[in-house]
Design a protein around this ligand. Structure first.
Ligand SMILES: Cc1cc2nc3c(=O)[nH]c(=O)nc-3n(C[C@H](O)[C@H](O)[C@H](O)COP(=O)(O)O)c2cc1C
Length: 213
């Protein structure tokens, strides 16, 4: 695991010596852990739980797949008529949680949620397999259906409707970006003496704390 480097500074004669931490950028640290997870985990390292709450504060959590992670935030795609999208419109905050069991690591990311731009969603949708694109058109995500047959019928209808041309992104399908205000890295250690490091962004600057496990 990447460690904070501690360096002595300001050691003018007679001055108080102090420890100054040179902090790693938490987004870079995330990228390092994520790259290791992609190499070493047996399951999909992009799978993450996303917790939302409705306007009354009722929580809901479900798995989604991370499609982009950079300085702007963490992006996933979904149906805009789904309960999670309703929650995010009512209360545009979320927490993500990755668990990488082979590496014995957990990462939590929380913050404000923005809609991704239409251009960005179009570009990502165009990369999806055709059957996934048709599935996005066919699925009224989280609405009741009369068994699998209704889904298969809807996929068949969409297949005929789109013919052989490109399948455009449905207007009811797009992405959300969680803009990180806090990122916590948890690394399992023997006897539950785990490492926890929390980074909080205040006024555009990341602040670091160690937490008791
Ligand atoms: C590993 C995994 C990955 C998933 N990825 C997505 C995803 O990227 N987008 C999505 O809308 N649903 C995804 N799902 C399904 C969601 O967990 C959920 O069932 C669905 O989005 C409906 O959620 P909602 O009713 O809370 O809106 C995934 C499920 C699993 C188990």
């Amino acid at each position: 695991m990447r460690r904070l480097h501690q360096t002595r500074r300001g050691a003018a004669p007679g001055a108080l010596r102090h420890w100054d931490m040179q902090l790693p950028d938490p987004l870079r640290l995330f990228q390092e852990w994520f790259a290791e997870a992609r190499d070493r985990e047996k399951s999909d390292a992009t799978a993450m739980a996303v917790a939302t709450a409705d306007a009354a504060g009722r929580p809901a959590v479900r798995m989604v797949l991370l499609k982009q992670a950079d300085a702007r935030g963490f992006v996933f795609y979904t149906n805009l008529d789904s309960p999670k999208a309703d929650n995010l419109r009512a209360n545009p905050r979320a927490e993500l949680c990755f668990h990488w069991p082979v590496l014995e690591r957990q990462v939590r990311v929380s913050g404000q949620v923005d809609a991704v731009s239409d251009a960005e969603a179009d570009a990502y949708f165009a990369t999806r397999p055709r059957l996934s694109q048709l599935g996005a058109w066919a699925s009224h995500q989280s609405k009741p259906m009369n068994g699998r047959y209704e889904l298969e019928q809807a996929v068949a209808r969409e297949t005929v409707r789109h013919g052989v041309g490109p399948v455009p992104r449905p207007p009811f399908w797009s992405g959300f970006r969680v803009v990180p205000a806090q990122i916590e890295f948890w690394q399992q250690k023997p006897f539950r003496h785990h490492d926890r490091q929390r980074f909080t962004r205040i006024g555009g600057v990341w602040h670091h704390e160690w937490l008791f496990p």
